[in-house]
Ligand binder design. Structure first.
Ligand code: BES
Ligand code: ZN
Ligand code: ZN
Length: 487
């Protein structure tokens, strides 16, 4: 649900700004800061301001939230924790000061935190999540003695709002079960988004894929009750420094196909479109932020079903690139869809091509729930993306390619096999190298693959993420687009 929260800058001091509750972030247990005005009460409650420790004092109209440091992601987490607790109460408005080294960046982080923290997916619940908070004031008071540039703070708040809402947009799409969001519906929603933000949208069906020779994508769709959709949104501002193409895995459901998944591994596979959600979220924000970049969002949307039409282990597919693929496991379907979409994407002659996908269980096992896998041929490019991890709050780790894993993808009967001879071992890298085989030499150094299988789905809430979809990848890539892509 996109929450409509009015976030504004007030030129008044924190103590003079009016609101139902004041949010005080206690950094590194510093209870001596001038904004801690209830020291005696806090002592009585044995409140220490530990990371994540929150206490609401209704009669004082203040909430104290402990954060580990003044890093921007801590500010995000603190703001999120505050709203999560307060939204249950009869409180309509909040106020907060400006934290961090740069008050404008601090304002942006707080804005993102409030919007991310206020999110809950309740579309299918009779009892809707409560949230009475509709107004948040960021007051002209800096936690550290820093000059405040009102215009920069206003812009920071605006950017934080766009980014937070775009993450929530992605979360919503990914949270919808397949019964509510199949490939056709996903394409409809993408078209609606394009209309709202005045971007261009093209949606292609089976005939087009056949004409284009997208045999790998088509095979995955073979048993589906729903036609495939190739979604292509584009935005061409008058002044564009670079052309960026984003490609997303849009598996609205992944049964594993005939190489069927066990039930336990299948329930969450309604969320196998985290890449598609992220790509649309990034696209939405990039357009609304007015980034001077030409941006394309390409999504391969289908589900991976079973049935008498299903593609089979042993099938040999002909991809759009001309390379043939031996299917050794129908559960390695995302890379088949992406192989054709990446090939299509390179026709656009991009400066950068990034794909985002919930691609492998191996990446989840290897890197866990909090880290995105970043893979590709260009180490320097990958490093510029990984470097945005700290400020964006989305960690990524480089998983290097090597020639041995490349060899393990050889097939006896086709140009390449869709899984490694070593099966799951090193699975995140072999999947990445499979995709790499569909990147032309010319674009090798311009491509990065992001495996978001770990952080995309949240089982145990962490940071500012409730249960369900996290919108993984949106903030990391947006930061990279803002800071590096135009250079
Ligand atoms: N969608 C899955 C990957 C996945 C698993 C994402 C768990 C999120 C959580 C993907 O299509 C898949 O099934 N991959 C297989 C590849 C294997 C057959 C080589 C996997 O990871 O098991
Ligand atoms: Zn699969
Ligand atoms: Zn999948």
């Amino acid at each position: 649900m996109i929450i409509n929260m009015n976030l504004t800058y007030s030129p008044k001091k924190l103590s003079q700004s009016k609101a139902d509750c004041e949010v005080v972030l206690v950094s590194d247990r510093n209870l001596k800061h001038k904004w801690v005005r209830d020291a005696a009460v806090l002592r009585q409650l044995d409140y220490k301001g530990e990371d994540g420790e929150a206490v609401y004092l209704p009669d004082r109209k203040r909430i104290y939230v402990g954060i580990a440091s003044l890093d921007y992601d801590e500010i995000r987490q603190g703001s999120a924790a505050a709203i999560r607790q307060l939204k249950k109460y009869r409180i309509k408005s909040l106020k907060i000061g400006l934290y961090g080294d740069d008050p404008a960046a601090g304002a942006q982080a707080a804005a993102e935190g409030f919007i991310l923290g206020g999110y809950e997916f309740d579309e299918f619940k009779k009892e809707k999540a409560k949230n009475n908070i509709s107004r948040i004031v960021l007051a002209a008071d800096a936690y550290k003695a820093r000059p405040i540039d009102p215009q920069a703070v206003r812009e920071g708040i605006k950017a934080g709002k766009i980014i937070g809402e775009s993450v929530n947009y992605a979360r919503d799409l990914v949270n919808l079960p397949t019964s509510a969001l199949n490939s056709v519906e996903l394409a409809e929603r993408a078209k609606r988004l394009a209309k709202e933000i005045k971007a261009e949208a093209r949606v292609y069906g089976k005939d087009f894929l056949e004409k284009e020779g997208m045999g790998a994508f088509l095979a995955v769709n073979q048993a589906s009750a729903c036609p495939p959709r190739l979604i292509h949104l584009s935005h061409r501002p008058a002044k564009a420094d670079k052309r960026i193409v984003l490609v997303g895995k849009g598996l609205t459901y992944d049964t594993g196909g005939l190489s069927l998944k066990p039930t336990k591994g299948m329930v969450l596979m309604k969320m196998d479109m985290g890449g598609a959600g992220a790509v649309l979220g990034i696209f939405r924000a990039a357009v609304l932020l007015g980034l001077p970049l030409e941006i394309h969002a390409i999504i391969g949307a289908t589900d991976n079903a079973i049935g008498r039409h299903a593609y089979r282990p042993g099938d040999i597919l002909r991809s759009r690139s001309g390379q043939t693929i031996e299917v050794k496991n129908t559960d390695a379907e995302g890379r088949l869809v992406l192989a054709d979409c990446l090939n299509y994407a390179q026709d656009l002659e991009p400066d950068y091509i990034l794909d985002l996908a919930t691609l492998t269980g191996a990446c989840l096992v290897g890197l866990g729930h909090y880290t995105i896998g970043a893979l590709g041929y260009n180490e320097d490019l990958i490093k510029t993306i990984v470097a945005e991890g700290k400020a964006s709050g989305e960690q990524a780790a480089w998983l290097p390619f090597n020639k041995y894993i490349k060899k393990s993808l050889k097939s006896k009967v086709a140009d390449i096999s869709n899984i490694s001879q070593d099966e799951q071992i090193g699975g995140a890298i072999s999947a990445g190298m499979f995709l790499g085989a569909f990147i032309d030499k010319k674009y090798r150094d311009n491509w990065v693959h992001l495996d978001i299988a770990g952080p995309s789905l949240v089982d145990k809430p962490w940071g500012y993420h409730p249960y369900g979809a996290s919108g993984s990848g949106v903030r990391l890539i947006l930061r990279w687009l803002e800071n590096s892509a135009n250079k």
